[in-house]
Write a protein that binds this ligand. Structure first.
Ligand code: ACM
Length: 542
């Protein structure tokens, strides 16, 4: 079947091919309305490397003109290409930016190369595209705690997200195995918590360790740079600081914050960790001070406070934790988790921001503004929206990109159930059974890229692409699915990824990974996964 004339990915709301072609040459000029200076500069920067052309701002209107149109909504755009002229109109600067991203996709894939390409005619097929996103939260979570990802790789990933019209980067900055954000008040978080002695290879408690220290962190200046770089591409960076579980890295540096006491190292193994925070006032204050510095770095409305997978065993076994629960008037020692999240919620809300937490936070009282990431299937999404909370849907079986992509032995260390491109494409962020009147609570969704088994940028590319292309279409494109059209446009899109140097997973191989002898994965069947999720969501009440 021939490729559609306008092979845009994600699929636009409406497109009408016209006749003829618009050609970009060294003489092509660009004009732009006030307020669009940075979008224009971005477009010039995006076109110059491969074409060698500058898109001079010389005369108004230019051959390509960028305009604001008050008749369009936020993020909405209309791209009109005729043989003599291209016009991109947006409801706001973000809309114009997305129109420019579509314009790049209409050019030959070589436009994404980083140095001049000879012999290419830089032609755009004429036509009109009218487009706007379905959801406002089109996200990706990057777990930079399990494996440190150098800053330049995050910047590159931001560019790749923006090429797919994604707009939210959730940075998972802390976990048992590493702390990645400089906190000026607590220097041991970077001196000690951001390094671990070695890393578990593969899955299972008996998995071998590699004997190689691993670590790294981002300075506050690095993070401000990431935030600004993302903002220039209309991407919001939502930081996440885990608590009251997933904190062993903190406890290695500040053992007074934990129930365990001294003697813990930054964790070298994967899995749910039993070492949790204690419930002292000084511990809450430590995390409030951390969040204050984090909120100074990240202007996002949302601040992630974690909240997932906090085993209660240590609190139950610890006399001081039991005493503290009684002091606080809690009905059960287990409620220390909800109390802790509630305290952080009060503080973050008091500063005019909103907490963003995993769906376990539904077990306690949370502010009306608290936003819930539904990860244990869609149960949390349904419950949260019914209780009036905003929701970001990221059910593990459709949105976890650490999950293996096939049953083949050539996948990198395979975990969990298979999730392929078509599986991601089938994802519907609005939970079944939700009243239409509550659907506005579903802000959108995100792919979660956990990195226990993703130890290099190359593996990250392989796990992220092209599944992230499918996620982008789910979150941007119209609700009606058209897998055949998507797969066809994906064929046209893969050469763009190739030009960008993305090491995406090719259906037909070659597969760069051969499993190393002695290193096990953790594959499971859909039935095993369903049973596990049913067990761990038992606490979510309707
Ligand atoms: C999670 O996967 N623990 C949010």
């Amino acid at each position: 079947m021939p490729l559609p004339a306008l092979s845009l990915l994600p699929r636009p709301v409406h497109q009408k091919p016209g006749g003829g072609r618009f050609t970009i040459t060294a003489a092509t000029t660009l004009s732009f309305a006030p307020g669009l200076e940075s979008v224009a500069a971005w477009l010039q920067g995006a076109v110059r490397p491969a074409t060698g052309f500058s898109l001079m701002a010389d005369g108004d209107p230019g051959d390509i003109s960028l305009l604001l149109d008050p008749g369009l909504g936020g993020e909405e755009y209309v791209l009109d290409a005729s043989p003599g002229r291209v016009e991109v109109r947006g409801g706001d600067a973000a809309g114009v930016f997305y129109g420019c991203q579509s314009l790049l996709q209409l050019l030959p894939p070589a436009i994404y190369r980083a140095a001049p390409v000879a012999g290419v005619r830089w032609e755009v097929p004429c036509g009109t595209v009218s487009d706007k996103p379905r959801f406002g939260w089109r996200g990706t979570m990057l777990d930079v705690a399990r494996q440190f990802l150098p800053k330049r790789e995050i910047l590159r990933f931001i560019d790749l997200m923006s090429a797919h019209k994604l707009n939210t980067l959730h940075l998972h900055l802390t976990d048992d195995q590493g702390w990645r954000v400089e906190i000026l008040r607590y220097p041991k978080l970077t001196e000690i918590s951001s390094w671990r002695l070695e890393t578990q290879l593969g899955a299972g408690a008996d998995a071998p360790l590699d004997g190689r220290p691993h670590g790294g962190f981002y300075t506050q200046d690095d993070l401000r740079e990431i935030v600004a770089y993302a903002a220039a591409r209309f991407i919001t960076v939502v930081p996440e600081i885990e608590s009251p579980g997933h904190v062993q890295a903190v406890l290695a540096a500040y053992p007074e914050l934990g129930v365990h006491g001294p003697g813990l190292e930054v964790d070298t193994r994967w899995g749910i960790n039993y070492n949790v925070l204690n419930a002292e006032e000084s511990t809450v204050n430590f995390f409030i001070n951390v969040l204050d510095e984090v909120m100074d770095i990240f202007p996002a409305n949302w601040i992630g406070i974690g909240g997932d997978e906090c085993p209660r065993d240590q609190w139950l076994a610890d006399p001081r934790s039991r005493e503290r629960a009684a002091e606080l008037g809690l009905a059960r020692v287990e409620d220390l988790q909800n109390w802790f999240i509630g305290r952080l919620d009060q503080h973050v809300s008091g500063r005019g921001r909103r907490i963003f937490g995993w769906d376990e936070i539904l077990e306690g009282e949370i502010s009306p503004t608290a936003t819930v990431a539904s990860w244990r299937g869609m149960t949390g999404a349904l419950t949260a929206a019914r209780r009036g909370h905003d929701v970001v849907s990221c059910p593990d079986h459709l949105a976890y990109f650490d999950y293996r992509q096939s049953e083949m032995a050539t996948e990198p260390i395979p975990v969990a159930i298979p999730l392929d491109v078509a599986g991601v494409y089938s994802f519907e962020p609005v939970p079944e059974g939700l009243d239409a009147g509550l659907a506005h609570h579903v802000l959108g969704g995100q792919a979660n890229i956990w990195t226990e088994y993703i130890d290099s940028p190359r593996t990250l590319d392989y796990m992220a692409f092209p599944r992230l292309c499918a996620m982008a279409e789910v979150l941007w494109g119209p609700a009606e699915k058209d897998l055949e059209s998507f797969l066809l446009r994906l064929q046209a899109h893969l050469p763009r990824l190739e030009a960008l140097g993305v090491e995406y997973r090719r259906e037909s191989g070659p597969f760069p990974w051969q499993q190393r002898p002695g290193i096990k994965g953790r594959p499971s069947t859909p039935e095993e996964r369903a049973a596990h999720i049913a067990e761990i969501t038992a606490n979510i009440r309707d």
